[in-house]
Design a protein around this ligand. Structure first.
Ligand SMILES: Nc1nc2c(ncn2[C@@H]2O[C@H](COP(=O)(O)OP(=O)(O)OP(=O)(O)O)[C@@H](O)[C@H]2O)c(=O)[nH]1
Length: 451
């Protein structure tokens, strides 16, 4: 028997109850047996008294002491008798007492005592009291009889209890335990894949009790779980389909967004380029020049590298416009721009149109000497364009004047100072007759600083 089995606990509880019941019943039956024994002993004493009453009375009447003694001894030998006493009736002296007692007998309050008057009828109609006959029951006999009965009582009660416990155990095991184990085994083997396997018990299907309720409850639960899982799987499939659709939609939208972004970026780049380009010549415009000049100026300040600036202006351009018209003037501007661009084409060099017929060339990493060389080549390149200018007082073709200044870290704290020097040099080139380069020398005073 397993200690933790329900059947075992039930049997233990039954046994405990039966033990208690046995004790109570045995006590009641013992008390009852005692009462019966006492009554039986009283009956026996009465029977003995009836048997000896007449013979004793006669022995007393006849004064036959031997016979009296013999009868007393005989009565005292009866099993249930502990002591017999005969007291002789006497009117003028104390009554004479004869007694016989069984060995080891002691007076008892539990054993019955019987007192019987002895009288003798010597002749019909003359009944005379001759004494009293007392019979004392033997308590030991009562206990002896009770012991024998108690063994039987306890034995039958214990046997009854054991039988009852065994029966309960057997019934419980056959009716409950075996099915509970089957239910436990069924539940432990359940998985989402075998939820359709119904629970059945090996017993009469018509039986309707708590176990059948439990079985239908388990099967109902399995059915609900199965439905729930089916629903969940269906939902998951739908979810996956939605997710795939969503992913495709997101990819599609992302692609569209990327394309739109690309278009926007190119449009921005184009706009940016347009915003920083002079529409007439395609050169960098004033805005682009202003952005770049600060960057290059700070870089020259930081690195201590040379930075030169050329400011070019077409000579007598007003007269050109007047002579050839504005459209021709535009063409001339474009041609001069190409010439400057092709002369100053090194990486980092920035050619920009900063005014009507005025151009600026930023020459990072170029000192005044190399700048002068470049400016001279530029003069040459414009002259070689050979754009006729019949009204020019400088030459019969288009020429430019160039002012050059080099960045001086000690004296120039802003680009404006460099520009001012280049512009002043340009003014000098113009005043010296145009079509030439003037280089600013910032160390010298304003009067003698131009070469
Ligand atoms: N065709 C054309 N002409 C322009 C443009 N921008 C400015 N101009 C002209 O350029 C001329 C500049 O004249 P001035 O500033 O007097 O200078 P200049 O006549 O070149 O005289 P110097 O500079 O002293 O040699 C003006 O007549 C402007 O109208 C342009 O985009 N296209």
């Amino acid at each position: 028997m397993r200690r933790n089995s329900l059947g075992g606990r039930l049997v233990l509880a039954t046994l405990a109850f039966c033990l208690l019941f046995t004790v109570v019943v045995a006590a009641l039956r013992t008390w009852s047996a005692w009462q019966n024994n006492v009554a039986a002993m009283s009956g026996e004493l009465q029977l003995i008294a009836q048997v000896y009453q007449r013979t004793l009375s006669k022995s007393i009447w006849d004064m036959d002491r031997e016979s009296l003694q013999a009868h007393l001894t005989s009565a005292a030998n009866v099993a249930s008798v502990g002591q017999v006493v005969v007291s002789l009736q006497s009117s003028n002296r104390a009554p004479e007492v004869f007694q016989r007692r069984r060995e080891g007998w002691r007076p008892s309050t539990l054993a019955p005592v019987l007192h019987v008057k002895l009288d003798y009828e010597a002749f019909p109609g003359s009944r005379e009291a001759v004494g009293e006959f007392s019979l004392y029951g033997d308590e030991r006999v009562l206990w002896q009889r009770l012991r024998a009965e108690m063994v039987a009582i306890v034995a039958t009660q214990v046997a009854q209890s054991l039988l009852l416990a065994s029966l309960i155990m057997l019934m419980f095991s056959r009716l409950v335990t075996v099915h509970v184990r089957r239910i436990a085994q069924h539940l432990s083997q359940l998985t989402p894949l075998n939820l359709d396997t119904k629970l059945t018990l090996e017993r009469d299907r018509r039986r309707q009790d708590e176990l059948s309720l439990l079985v239908s409850g388990v099967n109902q639960l399995q059915g609900n779980l199965s439905d729930y899982l089916e629903r969940q799987q269906r939902d998951e499939k739908e979810l996956i389909a939605h997710r795939d659709n969503l992913a495709a939609l997101v990819r599609e939208r992302t692609l569209e967004l990327e394309k739109t972004n690309d278009r926007l970026e190119s449009a921005n780049a184009m706009l940016d380029g347009l915003a920083r380009t002079d529409p007439l010549t395609g050169l960098a415009n004033r805005r682009h020049f202003d952005e770049t000049k600060e960057i290059e100026f700070r870089r020259a300040q930081r690195n201590g590298q040379p930075l030169s600036l050329l400011v070019c202006d077409i000579d007598e351009f007003k007269r050109y416009n007047d002579a050839y018209g504005h459209a021709k003037g535009d063409q001339c501007l474009r041609a001069v721009a190409r010439a400057i661009e092709s002369t100053c084409a090194r990486a980092g060099e920035l050619v920009s149109r900063i005014g009507g017929e005025e151009f600026a060339v930023l020459l990072p990493g170029t000192d005044a000497q190399t700048g002068t060389l470049l400016a001279t080549q530029l003069l040459q390149a414009v002259a070689e364009l050979g754009i006729a200018h019949r009204d020019s007082g400088t030459a019969p073709f288009i020429t430019v004047s160039i002012g050059l200044a080099q960045f001086d870290a000690e004296r120039m704290q802003s680009f404006d100072a460099l520009f001012e020097q280049a512009d002043t040099a340009l003014y000098l080139a113009k005043s010296r007759g145009r079509n030439q380069v003037a280089v600013a020398e910032p160390q010298k005073s304003l009067d003698d600083k131009w070469s």
